[in-house]
Design a protein around this ligand. Sequence first.
Ligand code: GLC
Length: 670
Amino acid sequence: MSVHVPLPRRSRGRRSAVLGAAAAAVFAIGLLQPQGTAGADTTAASPQKQLPYRDAKLPTKDRVADLLARMTPAEKIGQMTQAERYDVADDPSLITEYGLGSVLSGGGSTPARNTAEAWADMVDGFQEAALDSRLGIPLLYGVDSVHGHGNLKGATVFPHNIGLGATRDPKLLEKIGHITAEETRASGPQWSFAPCVCVARDDRWGRTYESFGEDPNLARRLETVIDGLQGRRGQLDDPDRVLATAKHYAGDGLTSYDESKAGTGQYPIDQGVDEVSSREFAKLALSPYPTAIHRHKVGSVMPSFSSVDWTEDGLGNPVKMHASKELITDVLKDRMGFDGLVVSDWRAIHQIPGTYEDQVRISVNAGIDLFMEPTADGTGWRDFITTLTGLVDSGAVPMARIDDAVSRILAAKFELGLFEKPMTDRRHIDEIGSPAHRAVARQAVAESQVLLTNKRGTLPLSAKKSPVYVAGSNADNIGNQAGGWTITWQGGSTNDIPGETILDGIEATATKDVTWSEDASAPVPANAAGVVVVGETPYAEGFGDVGGPQWAYDPGDHGVPRPPKTMLLSDADQQAIRTVCAQAKNCTVVVVSGRPMIIPPDLQGQIDALVAAWLPGSEGLGVADTLFGRRPYTGKLPLTWPRTVAQEPINIGDRDYDPLFRFGHGLRTR
Ligand code: GLC
């Protein structure tokens, strides 16, 4: 076990210019490889601004080569290490001491005051500590801005990807990516772990809503969101752009459902095994990546927690994606030509069989460059540094691999302009959650609505003719309509964000009386148009798996544990539908969920109009826009809508394909 030697800090005083210049010259021509802190020349040359890596006019590759040659092994390993905000919040000097390359905010990991200014102050505080290191290498700060900067209260919260998949609108996706980037970068983080280019094949998967749907072609078409996030022409150093991440490489949505895990507290499908042939894996899992890399120049890739057996019949010995040199180095980096950085998922390397030393050795040699190693269960980023140091010392991990990883990380930092402008550029901070941004989100909500049935032309409703009767669990709950990755990791029914609920939207639109009764216990006027908004409560990752574990409740939920996920409508919602459809003039059911929900046959007969609203986010008005005809229904199903859960997985192209609604279905109005 190697002993960690704290890295030298950059002295603020003047150093011997002559010695420094000579050392810089020697380093620059690579004659002197630093042999670890003890032997390395730790005197900085003349003021750093004169060093080649400080020269913004030089090509990135030259700046990388110059800086790399100056770095000690300890500094290089520090750059490959990502801690979580909570690891360094109380002592940012750890960033300086260990030369950390990156810090992240996991879902819900916010500063004490969840405001844009507080976020920017937090990131800048960490940045100051990074700049205090000997070579002053700035920090990369990452966050999951997966539907807008959802962790930040006040940010524009867009529909989750499954709804955006229904829009079939690549230009809109680019606009959403740009707004997301602007609101993220203005509040500090320069890196978003998005988009998920996953292809969801079994809707029992808790991350179905993070995908654009079941079709890899649709995922590829909507990768324009990357252009919005990063810009199209080397704009990463602009104050309204962030580094994007194509995730989770690869086959996160192809895992098989393991019945033996249902109801046991484990994830029955999330982070599971892809039991597909290599041909299917290439078609369904790998195919979104070449376009993300070559057409959209995505700057980072995150491997999946899942495993795959990369052999012809797909039934042999599955390998964790984080351990697969063949898929990360040979396929992604060499064959696909990915030259950005590969960042591991949240402590994902701990799932690789073996000791922690095995896990680090295997994952680093597999080609992962930056390691998301938050502290948990007594281990974390410090152990990563110590372990990798030992592996480098012993030669188990070659320095060439370290240099490849660090070069990719430094290149991202140079491209982001962090050496020139390390602190948050706050010029757009007042545009966070602006009416203009929310208007785009409202348009996205409207375009994401899918009209599944519309008997007797029930929709659009007339805003003037009839009173409206609204019921259902998701009509007036902005936490439910936003879903996971909003304020908290799992989201929450009591998570409050600025915006409008669907009921707000209906009340703002209808001119006749609107009656609101969640359980439909209030009298239903016979001439009323009934609208029952039903669906799911929030979840994220495996906690959303059908049969998955129940998430421990959020304090805001007053200790009420969350219901297990089933894809079935709750009894209360089903009862509300029966009550309203039996008494109102007509009845429309709106499903707010991250995936299809089962509509029992007897209810199908009673429902006049059925709408899939997905997880619309902060702008509930967009749902009312289509309900009342302010905007037409144009959305198309991004995935197959099953008759029963037993039909899962069911996807377009299957034999005996007999869903309730086909992939691509969607009625239009006007
Ligand atoms: C999570 C997710 C990943 C996310 C990361 C950081 O476990 O799998 O999508 O980017 O951790 O929050």
